[in-house]
Write a protein that binds this ligand. Structure first.
Ligand SMILES: Nc1ncnc2c1ncn2[C@@H]1O[C@H](COP(=O)(O)OP(=O)(O)OP(=O)(O)O)[C@@H](O)[C@H]1O
Ligand SMILES: [Mg+2]
Length: 479
């Protein structure tokens, strides 16, 4: 196996020393070293772009065009070495990174591995150690490429999965759901960004005890969002979540239009494996764009008439404006109690959406202390709400690695919002005759990550689970 190696080493003497050792490696093809972190990322991005992902046309795919191994010297700049490694690992997951450092102690070793390195080589350099680490990293990279299907269908970098959480109406538990899904994905080892797109009244910061003056508005006017600009706007929360908060001044939310939202979400997806978006319950062009782009769009409702009707309204609005089809939406029933008359099958019937298999119980006492302290992250593992939301994260495959998810082909391309839709949302087009086809036959299982199917007309008879006097489908049902 030929091992293509790219080194990032600032000091010319060190670069020469590494290069001469690498040239002794059998089957190695070391490229001339680059001198800083930006040059390394540029070179990798260029290589990925050269492989255009069309092996059928005879060319290499994006992954195949990348070097198998990247060697990073600890004194690289301007980005610190570990940060650079994290960046490479996230954007080019099929590249094995080896760190060269004078401090090869256990603490740095763990930090390097946490950042995504595949090996650490101590200074002063020895041929044996360098050869062993580079070969191990190359073997690992080859394994990843096989896993990605020989690189044929692999994307040039990670395309993090985008999940939106929207409330049928205010107060149904949208933010609690978004926060705990994010924490669950993070606890499973995923890199996670949580975005507060409830632009006028976002309270992610309040739930996670954060005071941070930057917000999503800081990214709104920027055409080309670089890694550094994104980093400045994202708050690195101690739970490991990257938080992009709503503005403190709600009126500034207007600065984030759908184009800005698309750009920001795209930038986040190239950096995080999972991007969770709290869309609140008021549709504006930015959160509508997010719902449209999302692999999984969750709609949170509580099991009561008013909320389920609101859910139905929301679904119909999305349908009218061609943002999302009912069957591509997954409803989450929050605060479910056994004795409520409206059970999940009825919610499925009323909304025409899939309903997540996992429902979230009502447990006010469990949540109250954490809500009062503004520290949702402290919710006890025994909490039934936390357990349900962890189960929901698993149901939605948010705990899986991107490679596993990619293998199941869950990504969908979606068109951009048309001017008509933008205007309609700006004008608050929340009412009018619905066009959603009739009820579905009970709750569907699965992640909601999309059949990608077209409207298929009315489906079979509904399994309603019993419609009592509180039938939320009632007044809105088409004849
Ligand atoms: N499963 C649950 N059991 C009990 N209380 C819950 C549950 N889920 C959410 N809550 C409580 O409901 C309240 C509203 O939750 P949350 O802020 O998540 O809702 P929201 O839909 O985001 O509201 P808003 O419209 O204000 O953004 C909070 O006090 C929260 O603790
Ligand atoms: Mg909220």
């Amino acid at each position: 196996m030929t091992i293509r190696i790219l080194s990032a080493i600032g000091d010319p003497d060190a670069a020469r020393a590494v290069s001469s050792l690498l040239h002794q490696l059998p089957d190695a093809e070391p490229a001339p070293a680059v001198a800083d972190s930006a040059a390394l990322l540029d070179a990798l991005a260029r290589a990925a772009a050269q492989g255009d992902g069309t092996p059928s046309a005879g060319g290499p795919s994006a992954v195949e065009a990348l070097p198998e191994v990247v060697v990073v010297h600890e004194r690289i700049g301007p980005a610190p070495a570990l940060e650079l490694i994290r960046e490479v690992a996230l954007r080019f997951p099929a590249v094995g990174v080896v760190l060269i450092t004078a401090d090869a102690g256990p603490a740095l070793f763990s930090a390097a591995m946490d950042a995504g390195a595949r090996g650490v080589v101590g200074l002063p350099l020895g041929y044996e150690e360098l050869a062993a680490r580079v070969q191990a990293a190359a073997q690992w990279a080859a394994g990843v490429r096989v896993h990605l299907g020989g690189g044929a269908e692999a994307a040039p970098g990670p395309a993090g999965t985008l999940v939106t959480v929207t409330g049928a109406k205010g107060g149904v538990g949208t933010t609690v759901t978004a926060v705990h899904l994010a924490l669950a994905a993070r606890a499973a080892g995923r890199s996670v960004a949580l975005v507060d797109l409830d632009l006028q009244s976002g309270d992610v910061a309040s739930y996670l005890d954060v005071q941070f003056r930057r917000s999503i508005v800081d990214l709104a006017g920027i055409q080309d969002i670089s890694v550094r600009v994104l980093q400045d706007a994202v708050h690195d929360h101690h739970t490991g979540l990257g938080l992009l908060l709503a503005p403190e001044e709600g009126e500034r939310g207007e600065e984030v239009d759908d184009r800005a939202a698309r750009q920001i979400l795209g930038a986040l997806r190239s950096r995080y494996e999972v991007v969770l978006v709290d869309c609140g319950s008021q549709m504006q062009s930015a959160n509508a764009a997010a719902v449209e782009l999302a692999e999984t769009a969750l709609l949170v409702t509580t099991p009561d008439v008013v909320a389920v009707r609101a859910a139905k309204r929301q679904v119909r609005l999305w349908d009218r404006l061609q943002i999302r089809k009912a069957e591509d939406t997954t409803t989450v029933v929050n605060r479910l109690t056994r004795n409520t008359e409206i059970q999940p099958p009825l919610v499925a019937k009323a909304t025409g959406t899939q309903v997540a298999r996992t429902h979230v119980p009502a447990a006010f006492k469990e949540l109250q202390p954490c809500v009062d302290a503004g520290r949702m992250q402290d919710l006890d593992n025994r909490s039934t709400v936390k357990q349900a939301l962890c189960a929901l994260a698993a149901e939605l495959a948010l705990v899986e690695s991107p490679a596993a998810r990619q293998g199941r082909g869950s990504h969908r391309a979606r068109p951009t919002l048309t001017g008509r839709k933008r205007k309609a949302i700006a004008a608050g087009a929340a009412s009018g005759p619905g066009t959603v086809p009739g009820p579905v036959s009970g709750p569907a299982s699965g992640s909601g990550s999309g059949s990608g199917g077209r409207f298929a007309g009315r489906r079979g008879p509904a399994a309603t689970g019993g419609t009592g006097p509180f039938d939320p489908a009632g007044p809105y049902e088409e004849g």
